[in-house]
Design a protein around this ligand. Structure first.
Ligand code: NAP
Length: 540
């Protein structure tokens, strides 16, 4: 592992050693540039380093959720499960770090605390919690979309006498739930993946649900040898096909037919076939599910029907069946045995819409209807998504303006890549880009390649600074909002909207126009000499 010295100077500093940061480092070094990653964790892996809760695994098939930039890497890495587990993903990212000899330029256990742009030199001054001060021409925030825990608090939290854990900051040695009475607060993807596993081990699990979520079965298992062979033979083609789909995911299997044009029987058969495939295939069922609420409700009702079929107690099934938002407007969850877990004798569902959570007490959780005594509390309450990690660093651009102030009413970017007033600062999968609405591996590679091309272009011309214009940024933000408005996405109180974090401005953050449209726009901007950006020569 690298260790920096005060006064280090690089062409680029990269913040974060997850999927984005590792590839960014590889690309920049390949261009002959000096770059260093600063990473808060004790190891590489980002999301897959921190999220070690029981059952954590990817919700996109493994062969698609991986780097495509190196055919050799693709050929030598063999995924063992259809949806890779967190330990397997972490092994993969460690393998990438070793295979491309990235570690000498990664400094672990170091949190970047400030990044200030110096207009006189067109460089960023970056400081860390180790007291280092580093200078870099470019600063690349590879900090992830879901990396800062939602720090919502509950009254009395600090008085609890048992153990408590956040799913997104799980102890490295795991947690032994044997003999424990466990409370799980939250029913998002993290909870839905972990509850069946915790329930199989603990004495009793009480699930505190504020809003039920739609979940579909993963049908996980070993990678299908037919799929593995097909990908081995046609990998480049399959990757290309995935990049031509709206979500950058081949397995969704988009069907452009309109839901209401099919007969109810045909619709049922279509949804059933997709339920049997598992994962996000259900959302590809019809072309209008994300734009027509009536069409969407046919898919939502299909899943509600499944919940009523699986969960034996009709009252519990009704509580688990989401009715307050369209399916897909919150990230669809992909589970293994989630609904069936509520048929176990040792699992209780508490509906917080019927009995509000009043406080955490020394012995457990108190709601308006009474107390639930537990030994352990698992907080599965999500993340300060998309902007959280950027807000943790004191980022100051031109004139000392802070990014926090610039984004006080919600994030504004040009293409989700750069922000007006913050020259030479790049964001990988920032708000305003497809990011979390896309296969993250696809979105990350496209961003890293666009950023490195841009840096290369600047270098060839010996330019000192590139910056989004306010006009281009305003037009892009307007476009992002325009595209989102007629869809189902603004209809949910989701983390896409910032609605899960108290006090966060509510704006729809990702770009829903589809990956191919977005990629073409980015390519066009670059081909037109970085249209919408101002480029200046070095001021020194
Ligand atoms: P999440 O989807 O935001 O879920 C958080 C849960 O906590 C929600 O049920 C939320 O209820 C509840 N909650 C939050 N604050 C609460 C409060 N004050 N009182 C009671 N309940 C509260 O978070 P997540 O499960 O960590 O997942 C976030 C995202 O990470 C996912 O959507 C996905 O993109 C990614 N992820 C992916 C996987 C995977 O399958 N690969 C696994 C985990 C996470 P409300 O809905 O009412 O706000």
């Amino acid at each position: 592992m690298a260790t920096g010295a005060a006064g280090d100077s690089f062409d680029a500093v990269i913040v974060g050693a997850g999927f984005s940061g590792l590839y960014m480092l590889h690309k920049l070094r390949g261009m002959g540039l000096s770059a260093r990653i600063y990473e808060a964790g004790t190891g590489v892996g980002g999301t897959w380093y921190w999220n070690r809760y029981p059952g954590a695994r990817v919700d996109i098939e493994s062969q698609e959720y991986s780097y495509s930039f190196s055919p050799e890497l693709d050929d030598e890495w063999v995924w063992s499960e259809r949806y890779a587990t967190q330990p397997e993903l972490l092994r993969y990212l460690n393998h990438v770090a070793d295979r491309f000899d990235l570690r000498p330029d990664i400094q672990l256990e170091t949190r970047v605390t400030t990044a200030h742009f110096d207009e006189s030199s067109n460089r960023w001054t970056i400081t860390t919690d180790r007291g280092e001060c580093i200078s870099a021409r470019y600063c690349v925030m590879a900090t992830g979309c879901l990396s800062v825990p939602n720090d919502a608090t509950f009254p009395g939290m600090e008085t609890f006498q048992g153990k408590s854990w956040h799913t997104n900051n799980w102890p490295r040695d795991g947690v032994n739930f044997k003999g424990q009475r466990v409370a799980v607060i939250g029913t998002g993807s993290s909870a839905i993946q972990s509850i069946p596993i915790i329930a199989a081990e603990a004495d009793h699990v009480t699930v505190f649900q504020r809003t039920p979520n739609f979940s579909v079965p993963a049908h996980n298992g070993p990678v299908d040898p037919v799929i593995a062979a097909d990908w081995k033979a046609n990998r480049a083609q399959r990757r290309k096909e995935a990049r031509e789909t709206g979500f950058g995911i081949l397995m969704v299997g988009n069907n452009e037919t309109l839901a209401l044009e099919d007969s109810p029987e045909a619709r049922q058969a279509n949804y059933q076939a997709r339920w049997e495939i598992g994962g996000f295939a259900l959302l590809g069922g019809y072309g209008d599910l994300v734009v027509d609420t009536q069409a969407n409700d046919t898919a939502a009702e299909f899943v509600r029907g499944k919940i009523r079929e699986i969960v034996k107690d009709p009252a519990v099934a009704e509580k688990l069946a989401p009715k307050s938002f369209p399916i897909g407007s919150k990230r669809l969850c992909v589970d293994t045995g989630y609904y069936d877990t509520f048929n176990r004798d040792n699992v209780t569902l508490v509906d917080l819409r019927e009995e509000a959570l009043e406080a955490i007490t020394p012995t457990g959780v108190r709601t308006t209807r009474g107390s639930h005594d537990v030994d352990t509390i698992v907080y599965a309450i999500g993340f300060d998504a998309m902007t959280g990690a950027l807000g943790k660093v004191d980022i100051r651009g031109r004139g000392g303006e802070t990014l926090k102030d610039e984004w006080a009413d919600g994030p504004r970017t040009y293409l989700g890549l750069m922000v007006a007033g913050f020259p030479n600062l790049f964001i990988v999968t920032g708000p305003g880009s497809p990011s979390v609405l896309c296969n993250m591996a696809v979105a990350i590679e496209q961003h890293v390649e666009w950023i490195s091309d841009c840096i290369g272009w600047m270098g060839e011309r010996q330019m000192g600074a590139i910056e989004a214009t306010t006009a281009a940024q305003d037009a892009w933000v307007e476009h992002v909002n325009e595209v989102a408005a007629p869809t189902i996405f603004p209809l949910a109180n989701s983390w896409y909207m910032g609605a899960n974090v108290p006090g966060k401005p509510q704006v729809f953050m990702p770009y829903i126009g589809g990956f191919p449209v977005y990629r073409d726009k980015c390519n066009e901007v670059a081909a037109n000499g970085y249209e919408g950006f101002t480029v200046s020569s070095d001021a020194r």
